[in-house]
Write a protein that binds this ligand. Structure first.
Ligand code: MSP
Length: 518
C-alpha cells in the first residue's frame, strides 16, 4: 500500500505439543494491541503469528497421542487459531512450519548460509534438552534431586552423539556486538540487552544445526538424512511469511521486521542466533526484539504438574474478553514478571473499567439522554477548565505513540487513565446535575466537553478493548469511518445536535457469588 509506512511485527510461533495457555495469549495480545494501534495511526501493518510444528518435542507428543505427527499438528494447530479468534486477535497471517512455503524458505536460507561458507559437517557429542529444544554445555547443567542432570530451565537433558552440521556461530561474535552497538534499541528492555551482550562477549561456540536421530522436520538440502535443527527452522518463519526466498515483493516491503515480541525464555534464540543466521545469509537482522516477563498464578509458578495452568478461554468466560485484555496489559509493567490473581483481576475490572470509565460514560450519557433531547449537547464558550480537559485529552496521542514504540503498554493505559480521572474530577466539580436548574446552557457546555473527552478516550482505547470501545463510540454517535487517530482533532469533534442512541452500560462489574453459593 503506497503512502503508508510498513510495520511488521511477529509473535513467537507456538509449539503445538501444548494447549494454548495464558503465556501464549499474553505474547500475542501485546502484539495485537500494538498492531491495532499502528493501523489506527495510519501504518500498513503486517501482523504474523503461527505454530512451530517440527522437532522432537512435537514428534514425541504425537507418539504419545498415538497419531502421526502431521495429523497431530493439524489438530493442535487449530487450537491456536481458535484462541486467536476467542481473544479477538487481528493477525494478518497465520504460519505453520509444516507448510510448503516454509520448507522452501528454510532450504533456501540453508543453502545461502552454506554457500557463503558458514555451515560445515562435523559431529556433535553433548547434552540436549527436548523440552527446551536446546543444546546445553556441561557447565550449564546442575544435578537434580535424583542425581540426574538438569538444564538451567529445570528440563531434563540427554546425551546425544551423532553426525551434525554446524553453523559457525563463533565467527559472529564481533558482528553481533557491532549490531547491538549500532542499534541501541534492537534488544529491549535494557536489562535484557545487557544480558545478551554479556552472553555474546563471554564467547560463542559453533551451533549444531542438524540432527540425524529423528525424522520430524525439514531435510537438509543435499543431505536428507539430516533434519534441520528446529530453532533454525522455526526462526525462519519470520521471513517465510514475507515471501522469502523471493526478496522482491512483501519481503522488500516488510523486512527487516520492526518487532519480534518474545518471552524472556527465548530471547537468546532471537537476539543472538537469529541475527547471526541472517547476517550469515547476507540478510538484514530484525530492528527490534522485545522480551516480556512471565506470569505466575496466585503467586505460584505455572506448570502442568502443579495443575495450575491458566486457560485463557476460562478467563474470558469468567471476566469478559476486554476485561482480560485490559488486565493483562495494565497490571504488570511490560517486561516484568507478573502474578495473576482473582483479586487483582476483579480490582482492575471493577475499579478502573466499571467505575472510573464505565460510570463516567454512563453518567454523562444518561444525563444527555434525559436533559439534552438525546443529542450531542450544545457547545458554548469554553472556560479554562473546559479547555484544560480537552487539551489533556488531545495530548494523549503523542505520548501514547512514543510509549507504544517502546512497548510500555501499562504506561499507555496510565496516560489514558490520567485523563479519565481528570474527567471524573471535572464532572464532580462542575456538577452538571445542579446546573440543570441554575444554568442549563452551562450544563450543556459541560456535558459537551465530557462527551468530546470521552470520544478521545474511546478512540484511543480501541486497541486494548476493541469491542467495548466500539460500543462506546456507537453511543457517542461516532460513525465507523471516523474512528482512526487522524480523527482525534478539533475538526472531527462531535457535532452539537447530532442524535445519540439510548445509553447502556459498557463495562459490567464482577459480582462475587454469595458466600456458600455455587
Ligand atoms: N516454539 C517456540 C518459539 C519459536 S519462535 C521462532 C516456543 N514456543 S512456546 O509455545 O513454548 O512458547 C511461546 C511463548 O509463550 C514464549 O514467548 C514464552 O515466553 C511464552 N510463555 C510461556 N509460558 C509463559 C508464562 N507463564 N507467562 C508468560 N509467557 C510465557 O518457545
Amino acid at each position: 500500500m503506497p503512502g503508508r509506512k510498513p510495520y511488521y511485527l511477529t509473535t513467537p510461533i507456538y509449539y503445538v505439543n501444548d494447549k494454548p495457555h495464558i503465556g501464549h495469549a499474553y505474547t500475542t495480545l501485546a502484539c495485537d494491541v500494538l498492531a491495532r494501534f499502528k493501523r489506527l495511526d495510519g501504518f500498513d501493518v503486517h501482523f504474523l503469528t503461527g505454530t512451530d510444528e517440527h522437532g522432537q518435542k512435537v514428534e514425541k507428543s504425537a507418539q504419545a497421542a498415538g497419531i502421526d505427527p502431521q495429523s497431530f499438528t493439524d489438530e493442535v494447530s487449530q487450537n491456536f487459531r481458535d484462541l486467536a479468534k476467542a481473544m479477538n486477535f487481528s493477525n494478518d497471517d497465520f504460519i505453520r512450519t509444516t507448510e510448503e512455503r516454509h520448507t522452501r524458505s528454510c532450504q533456501a536460507l540453508w543453502r545461502e548460509i552454506e554457500t557463503r561458507g558458514h555451515i560445515y559437517l562435523g559431529s556433535y557429542a553433548g547434552w540436549y534438552s527436548v523440552r527446551d529444544e536446546a543444546f546445553w554445555s556441561e557447565d550449564d547443567l546442575s544435578t537434580g534431586p535424583n542425581g540426574e542432570k538438569l538444564a538451567p530451565t529445570g528440563a531434563p537433558v540427554e546425551w546425544v552423539e551423532e553426525p551434525s552440521y554446524f553453523f559457525r556461530l563463533s565467527a559472529w561474535e564481533k558482528p553481533l556486538l557491532e549490531y547491538y552497538e549500532r542499534n541501541p534499541d534492537c534488544v529491549a528492555p535494557a536489562s535484557r540487552r545487557n544480558e545478551v551482550i554479556s552472553f555474546v562477549k563471554s564467547g560463542l561456540q559453533d551451533l549444531s544445526v542438524s540432527r540425524t536421530s529423528f525424522g520430524w522436520g525439514i531435510p537438509v538440502p543435499g543431505d536428507p538424512k539430516h533434519i534441520m535443527y528446529v530453532w533454525l527452522d522455526a526462526l525462519t518463519n519470520y521471513i517465510t511469511a514475507v515471501g522469502y526466498p523471493d526478496v522482491s515483493g512483501a519481503y522488500a516491503r516488510y523486512w527487516p521486521a520492526d518487532l519480534h515480541m518474545v518471552g524472556k525464555d527465548i530471547l537468546r534464540f532471537h537476539a543472538v542466533y537469529w541475527p547471526a543466521f541472517l547476517m550469515a545469509a547476507g540478510l538484514e537482522p530484525p530492528k527490534r526484539v522485545f522480551a516480556h516477563g512471565w506470569w505466575t498464578n496466585e503467586g505460584q509458578k505455572i506448570s502442568k504438574s502443579l495443575g495450575n495452568v491458566i486457560d485463557p478461554l476460562r478467563l474470558i468466560e469468567r471476566y469478559g474478553l476486554d476485561q482480560v485484555r485490559y488486565f493483562l496489559l495494565r497490571e504488570v509493567p511490560f517486561g516484568n514478571d507478573g502474578d495473576f490473581s482473582h483479586r487483582a483481576m476483579v480490582n482492575r475490572m471493577n475499579g478502573e473499567l466499571a467505575n472510573d470509565l464505565g460510570n463516567l460514560a454512563q453518567r454523562v450519557l444518561s444525563m444527555i439522554a434525559k436533559n439534552c433531547g438525546a443529542a450531542v449537547p450544545r457547545r458554548g464558550r469554553l472556560t479554562d477548565e473546559d479547555q484544560a480537559l480537552l487539551d489533556a485529552a488531545a495530548a494523549i496521542l503523542p505520548k501514547a505513540r512514543d510509549l507504544m514504540d517502546r512497548q510500555l503498554f501499562h504506561e499507555v493505559l496510565e496516560t489514558v487513565w490520567q485523563v479519565v480521572r481528570a474527567a471524573n474530577g471535572y464532572v464532580d466539580r462542575q456538577a452538571p446535575w445542579a446546573l440543570r436548574k441554575t444554568d442549563p446552557e452551562r450544563m450543556e457546555n459541560v456535558l459537551y466537553v465530557l462527551v468530546e473527552a470521552l470520544r478521545h478516550i474511546a478512540i484511543l482505547m480501541q486497541p486494548v478493548v476493541p469491542n467495548s470501545a466500539a460500543r462506546l463510540l456507537d453511543q457517542l454517535g461516532v460513525s465507523g469511518d471516523q474512528r482512526t487517530f487522524a480523527h482525534l482533532t478539533g475538526a472531527n469533534a462531535l457535532s452539537p445536535g447530532a442524535p445519540l442512541p439510548k445509553p447502556e452500560g459498557v463495562f459490567p462489574r464482577y459480582v462475587e457469588a454469595e458466600e456458600g453459593a455455587a
